[in-house]
Write a protein of this length. Structure first.
Length: 217
């Protein structure tokens, strides 16, 4: 007698807390300097770096890019640089103070922030739990009709991992996970920051198992 097939799907979800944060900012400078040299040689960028490191000495700060700002449209000695800076925080103990230092700085715009999660280790743990639940469900189901699991025909896994990154928009009020930033009509740079409680990034990660079990007597 050919074995029968029982299809079972199980999903396991866990709320995950962020372990770090990447802040993406732009700094308008009076001079055009390329690469990470801007961190030391561009006074506007250096000021932001100094302000951040006063409240978070462990912050990792790198120049991700620079584009030219020129009144004439040509690359001249008077051309200015707008620097794209990434500030990475590998711990969240004083994230509010770091954000405050950035928001309070002149010529700086907070463009977006990206929570850092340890997805991989959680995914492996969840998929094991989902597989265990799928097997237990299959055994319980076939046990009711006097059958048993004799093997497995196929099995696939998938994951649901939402994007929780936040992008700031000019001229609007943003309220995301405890952070509120307002921009005035006269000045598009953020002018008021009210952080409320300590910022915490969270998301729900799900693992799904779809298995086909072989059943027989």
């Amino acid at each position: 007698m050919e074995p029968g097939i029982l299809k079972v799907t199980e999903k396991v979800t866990k709320e995950l807390e962020a372990i770090g944060l990447k802040l993406h900012i732009t700094v308008a400078g009076e001079k055009l300097i390329y690469g990470n040299a801007a961190l030391e040689k561009c006074s506007e960028v250096k000021q932001v770096v100094d302000d951040v490191r006063k409240v978070n000495a462990a912050a990792e700060i790198v120049t991700k890019g620079v584009y030219i700002k020129s009144e004439t449209g040509w690359f001249t000695k008077s051309s200015r640089g707008v620097y794209q800076i990434e500030v990475r925080l590998n711990a969240l103990a004083n994230v509010n103070e770091t954000l405050g230092a950035i928001i309070d700085a002149r010529n700086v715009e907070l463009r977006s922030f990206e929570w850092i999660f340890d997805d991989e280790s959680v995914k492996m743990a969840l998929i094991k739990q989902a597989m265990k639940k799928a097997k237990e469900k299959a055994e319980s189901m076939v046990g009711e009709i006097g059958y048993k699991i004799i093997g497995i025909r196929s099995c696939s896994d998938s994951y649901e991992i939402p994007n929780v990154n936040v992008t700031m928009r000019r001229g609007s009020e943003i309220d995301e996970m405890g952070l509120r930033v307002r921009s005035s009509a006269r000045n598009t740079m953020p002018t008021v920051a009210d952080f409320g409680t300590e910022l915490r990034g969270k998301k729900e990660v799900s693992a799904v198992i779809a298995a086909e079990f072989l059943i027989g007597t």
